[in-house]
Design a protein around this ligand. Structure first.
Ligand code: UDX
Length: 448
């Protein structure tokens, strides 16, 4: 009798905190369905996660890049360099290792594309962001001239709606704080080249953005699998983080009233200017609401830690009953805690998904890239959030926090967030859209 060989899938995540966990959740799922999974990671940002994923093989390719390359090059040039360095290394790896049947790579590490083509291997692109973000990059490439002209008129134009991309304005398109427009266009050109992929996988759900999933299918002419939120699938394993979680904040939350706490976190990359940070702190104190604040080490420009702030200020933050400061929180558990009534966030896609899946409304303060797109989705499509734009002062912070936590508008947003939460939960259950997309992804890899 002919032996049925396990299909071997090579998966390549991007080496960033906002990207690795969702791809590892997909890897766990595919492994649970009988695929033999090999993960290839870069040396940059490497930390060992293999003990948490028994049954999955791990290899590292030595790109030779370090944190100091990231600081000196900036994020955009760093990603471009990572790709050009890794392309020949992966080709070498593939000629030395066993045969693979299929490749899935993160959209920001596009270096496997050429090797897959040379070896005639089918491949799919994995996006840790939304389908709306994928489309928005194309819209930005088409309209890049809008950002190249300065002055009043140009600013006015950025407020206009992008044709055929309702409800996004030009200013919501994913420009970056991490490099020049020219380098961004080069990166987006590479990231958006998907014509040779046999499918695109998004860590998103059709109940959140089915219009944009269809638009992505039309744009690239391939099937789009909206399979998220992947951390909610039954097989999901918590991926260890580069940062150490301070779990004692959960005990502090236990002592707070239901829906009373504002949780503040800005993900793994966003930086805050010291002046804005001080206004934020004073506004939070003035709001009279309890708050849990993640102050990531190194996230305040020119400031190493909260301890080096003026004494009375850090005391107010760290020793009051109403405030709890951590350097990294168990965010998914925090958002699911009954005491958390609102989330002040930069609108990274993972945080946006986690907040919606927990029924928590948001105050959006986007910094860069897809965070603008996610903000507009939340404020104008899901209507579970509002944005705080422009320069911050303590009064603006105080008013925003009170509006979200105790105001009628905030209550309405919380009600809508809870409705969406149920829809997201349904989408990952048997028969739901994300569950079905995962099953059809399995079929597609099997038949490739
Ligand atoms: C990056 C980009 O900035 C973001 O725009 C993109 O969508 C994904 O890649 P990041 O900025 O880190 O991600 O934000 P986000 O996508 O929200 O991911 C942060 C992750 O870290 C979330 O899963 C969140 O739960 C986790 N986190 C954050 C913690 O576990 N604890 C914390 O204290 C803060």
């Amino acid at each position: 009798m002919e032996e049925i060989r396990q299909k071997r899938v090579l998966m390549i995540p991007a080496p960033f905190e906002g990207h690795l966990p969702s791809m590892m959740n997909l890897a766990s799922f595919l492994s649970s369905k009988g695929f033999a999974i090999t993960i290839v990671r870069t040396q940059y940002n490497f930390y060992d996660i293999s003990a948490d994923f028994p049954g999955i093989n791990f290899f590292t390719i030595d790109d030779g890049l370090s944190e100091s390359d990231m600081s000196s090059l900036g994020l955009l040039d760093f990603i471009l360099k990572l790709n050009s360095l890794c392309e020949p290394l992966l080709k070498k790896f593939l000629t030395l290792k066993d045969h693979f049947d299929f490749i899935i790579h993160d959209e920001f590490v596009y270096f496997p594309r050429q090797a897959a083509q040379d070896l005639n291997l089918p491949k799919m692109v994995f996006s840790a962001s939304s389908a709306a973000t994928s489309i928005s990059r194309c819209m930005l490439m088409e309209n890049q001239d809008k950002w190249l002209h300065h002055g009043e008129e140009a600013r006015f134009k950025l407020e206009e709606l992008v044709p055929k991309f309702h409800p996004f304005r030009y200013k919501d398109l994913p420009v970056t704080a991490y490099g020049s427009m020219e380098r961004l266009m080069l990166l987006y050109h590479n990231v958006s080249k998907r014509d040779t992929a046999s499918g695109i996988i998004h860590n998103s759900s059709n109940c959140l953005e089915n219009v944009f999933t269809s638009a992505a299918e039309d744009t690239w002419g391939v099937q789009v699998y909206s399979v998220g939120p992947l951390y909610m699938t039954d097989s999901a394993t918590t991926c260890p983080s580069l940062f150490e979680e301070e779990r004692n904040c959960l005990e502090w939350l236990d002592k707070q009233e239901t829906d009373s706490v504002i949780y503040i976190s800005m993900g793994s990359l966003a930086m805050t200017q010291k002046e804005e940070f001080v206004e934020m702190a004073m506004g939070l104190i003035q709001s009279n609401q309890p708050f849990l604040w993640v102050i990531r080490p190194g996230s305040i420009t020119g400031q190493n830690s909260v301890d080096s702030l003026p004494e009375q200020f850090s005391q107010a933050l760290t020793h009051g009953d109403r405030a709890f400061v951590v350097s990294w929180a168990p965010q998914k558990e925090v958002l699911r805690h009954r005491a958390v009534g609102g989330f002040w966030n930069h609108c990274g896609w993972n945080s946006s998904l986690e907040s919606i899946s927990s029924g928590v409304p948001m105050i959006c303060r986007p910094y860069s890239g897809d965070q603008r797109v996610n903000t507009r989705l939340m404020t104008h499509v899901w209507q579970t959030a509002f944005e705080v734009e422009g320069e911050l002062d303590r009064e603006i912070v105080e008013t925003a926090v009170r509006k979200l936590i105790v105001g009628d508008e905030g209550k309405e947003m919380r009600r809508r967030a809870n409705e969406l939460k149920k829809q997201v939960e349904d989408s990952v259950r048997i028969g739901g859209s994300s569950y079905s997309a995962l099953m059809s992804l399995v079929d597609s890899i099997m038949s490739s």
